[in-house]
Design a protein around this ligand. Structure first.
Ligand code: BDR
Ligand code: CA
Length: 311
């Protein structure tokens, strides 16, 4: 089994990613770390616990991490996901505990106490917690199996500014820190998540899954899609974060390249832009495997297979 830590700022697509992991017999979820992103930390911590309780997996430990990015005020996305991050379905107030340990300390402890290259981090939000963990003990970079991050954009342009993708825009310093750490980073930019369309048909597949969780996610995704369908055109909303988990389960559905990626942290116009040397025009070190394509049908098959194992 792959041993996975989720680091996340739910958001419904974060929820789909976590449930895809929890529903797979090939993944062991070691813990879920919350970070501020789509909504402030108190909401993301609560949303993580709502997801775990929905999956009836209260034994998975939950950790709270950073309340704000490393070097800037938090920028949030209530305009997409609503005030709670989970508007569209009223999930019951969770009762499971939050662990006392900081998410960054949990990451360090968990990675260092297991054999080398066993633990993978699925990073579904701004990289603040992971950058903090690297600050605490940079040996985790070489000890992790991989960090699979949904973030950045290659030729697709940004979704929060013309240049920047949301997770990278919120904490560009953290993204730069992680990308220069020497860890094996796999990046799922908007170029791939914009190919994993949530369509009305696919929402219907969630709704008619025959379990409790499927229809709830049909409602949550429908809420977020009101915004996305306006922005990207009817029936073509991106599904971002689950690409990370599906990569772990079926990497052959994706294609990409190992390249150099740098993050802009200074220019007001392009802050949070991922500058990706796709054609190898510099001698800079290849520090990430950037995915560009996905077999969309295959991707949804993996997601639905896991979801069918949900209560
Ligand atoms: C990313 O931003 C968030 O709103 C989504 O959950 C995803 O992680 C996409 O840019
Ligand atoms: Ca996210």
């Amino acid at each position: 089994k792959k041993q996975v830590i989720f680091d996340t700022d739910p958001g419904p697509d974060d929820g789909v990613a976590i449930l895809t992991g929890l529903g797979s017999p090939l993944i062991e979820v070691l813990g879920v770390c919350a970070v501020a992103g789509n909504v402030p930390l108190h909401h993301t911590v609560r949303n993580v616990r709502k997801i775990l309780e929905l999956a009836e997996r209260q034994e998975v430990p939950v950790f709270a991490g950073a309340e704000a990015p490393l070097a800037r005020p938090l920028f949030t996305a209530e305009y997409v996901h609503g005030k709670t991050g989970f508007d569209g379905y009223d999930l019951p107030e969770p009762s499971m505990p939050v662990q006392p340990q900081h998410a960054a300390d949990f990451i360090v402890e968990e990675v260092m106490s297991r054999p080398p290259r066993r633990v993978t981090i699925c990073a579904l939000g701004p990289l603040t917690n992971i950058a903090m963990a690297l600050e605490r003990d940079e040996r985790i970079a070489g000890r992790l199996e991989q960090i699979v991050w949904m973030g950045g954009a290659l030729s697709e342009g940004g979704n929060v500014t013309p240049a920047a993708e949301f997770n990278c825009y919120v904490d560009p310093e953290a993204a730069a820190r992680v990308l220069s750490s020497g860890a094996h980073v796999v990046m799922m930019p908007l170029d791939v998540t914009h190919k994993a369309h949530v369509t009305a048909d696919r929402i219907e597949r969630f709704r008619t899954m025959g379990n409790k969780v499927g229809p709830i996610f049909a409602d949550l995704l429908t809420y977020a899609k009101q915004f996305d369908w306006q922005k990207y055109g009817a029936d073509r909303a991106p599904m971002h974060d689950p690409t990370t988990v599906v990569w772990l389960l079926q990497p052959e559905l994706f294609s990409g390249r190992k390249v150099n990626v740098e993050v802009e942290t200074i220019s007001p116009l392009t802050t949070g832009m991922t500058v990706i040397d796709w054609w190898g025009v510099t001698k800079r070190q290849k520090n990430a495997y950037v995915v560009r394509d996905v077999d969309t049908e295959g991707f949804y098959d993996v997601v639905f297979e896991s979801f069918r194992n949900m209560p």
